[in-house]
Design a protein around this ligand. Structure first.
Ligand SMILES: NC(=O)c1ccc[n+]([C@@H]2O[C@H](COP(=O)([O-])OP(=O)(O)OC[C@H]3O[C@@H](n4cnc5c(N)ncnc54)[C@H](OP(=O)(O)O)[C@@H]3O)[C@@H](O)[C@H]2O)c1
Length: 252
């Protein structure tokens, strides 16, 4: 579970814990939050360990997978959840900011997938679930780098599903809308958006996405029941992709 120290990643880890999975809690910076995820995993009946690795760095991803092999012998389910986004207009965006978005949100998915696949192919069974965003489907103003990376994840998912034909390994993506996590709330804060107005005008359900909703779909996609679902992109977005432009609410 990449990026499971908090947010969607933690919620997904806890749903897997309820099914008794061993979970690798990956994080980049916040060790104490990762340990809190692990504590809650154990409370829910699962087990696991925490591993610090920046998914944008192939060397760190190698070390993480070596530790996973040494402890568990391999990987059955990979959830590529770690992600990051920052608002910036294209005209003035530093090249390094663009590159960082692609490295974390797209390269990280490739690095982890490539290293998990050999175990899955050997077992003739595996599940890869990529967390992407509606930004990768409809685009979001000032989130071009993030949107490009998240659209890349969708292309990667569909191509890989074809590459994995008849292998027992499936790969799917979930495109999430604004959700109740640190990342989701930081956009509202950065833009000084009125949450009530956003919910009224730019969602069809009147609520932000609850991480548990995403977590339950991930666990379903990881199950045997979902063996004929591959190459699919699911939207969980409160209807946001059909009617929203949060930046319309920015004053001035
Ligand atoms: N929240 C939303 O509104 C929303 C909407 C659409 C899509 N998404 C996508 O959903 C996923 C989860 O988002 P979230 O809202 O849960 O975000 P969040 O609350 O900001 O949590 C991000 C998680 O990813 C980890 N992370 C960030 N960069 C990393 C890196 N380079 N290597 C390894 N781990 C890294 C963080 O670790 P640390 O705690 O150590 O920093 C943290 O565990 C992301 O892919 C995001 O793009 C979110």
């Amino acid at each position: 579970m990449t990026g499971s120290s908090r947010g969607l990643g933690r919620a997904i880890a806890l749903e897997f814990a309820k099914k008794g999975y061993n979970i690798v809690v990956n994080y980049r910076k916040r060790e104490s939050e990762a340990l809190e995820t692990l504590r809650q995993i154990r409370e829910f009946g699962g087990d696991g360990f925490v591993v610090k690795a920046d998914v944008s760095d192939p060397g760190q991803v190698d070390s993480m997978f070596k530790e996973i092999r040494d402890r568990y012998g391999g990987v059955d389910v990979l959830v590529n959840n770690a992600g990051w986004g920052f608002l910036a207009p294209v005209e003035t965006m530093e090249d390094s900011l663009w590159e960082r978005h692609i490295k974390v949100n797209l390269n990280g998915v490739f690095y982890c997938t490539k290293r998990a696949l050999p175990y899955m192919l050997d077992n003739k069974w595996g599940r890869i679930i990529n967390i992407t965003s509606i930004a990768g489907i409809r685009g979001v103003r000032y989130l071009s780098a993030y949107s490009a990376a998240k659209a890349g994840v969708i292309g990667f998912t569909k191509s890989l599903a074809q590459e994995l034909k008849h292998t027992g390994v499936t790969v799917n993506a979930i495109a999430v809308g604004f959700a109740k996590t640190d990342m989701g709330m930081s956009f509202f804060k950065a833009l000084n958006l009125d949450l009530e107005r956003f919910l009224e005008k730019y969602t069809l359900t009147g609520d932000l996405v609850d991480p548990v909703e995403v977590a339950r779909l991930v666990v379903y996609l990881a199950s045997d029941d979902a063996r004929n679902i591959t190459g699919s992109v699911f939207l969980i977005d409160s209807g946001q992709s059909l009617a929203y432009d949060p930046l319309d609410l920015v004053q001035g």
